[in-house]
Design a binder for this molecule. Structure first.
Ligand SMILES: [Zn+2]
Length: 104
């Protein structure tokens, strides 16, 4: 039996990363997302965009629903500078600060 989740009422939750991905040199747009494996997801983004992407920040939350809520909160705050999808035109340091606050 898995432990009951204290963050949602779903009962069985998967630990899930909230992550911030962007160009290695900090230029260009920045992606906010969630994934069970931040490194696997990074590899997928690299294939799709052909950019030299790195994970600038990640945090493992114990609940996928909590991670989803955090991602939504981050994306809502960045909505005004949305590029496409969950990519945003903001300095990566700013996005990381927003992400840290949303994942406390
Ligand atoms: Zn949960």
């Amino acid at each position: 039996m898995s432990k009951e989740c204290t963050l949602c009422d779903q009962g069985k939750c998967q630990p899930t990363f909230v992550y911030v991905v962007g160009n290695r040199d900090g230029t260009g747009s920045v992606k906010v997302g969630i994934s069970v494996s931040a490194s696997k997801r990074l590899a997928q983004h690299r294939k799709k965009t052909r950019r030299d992407l790195v994970v600038h920040w990640k945090k493992l939350l114990s609940c996928e629903f909590a991670a989803f809520d955090a991602e939504q909160a981050i994306c809502d705050q960045l909505d005004y500078c949305r590029d496409q999808g969950d990519w945003f035109f903001r300095p990566v340091g700013d996005v990381v600060l927003i992400a840290e606050k949303a994942c406390k």
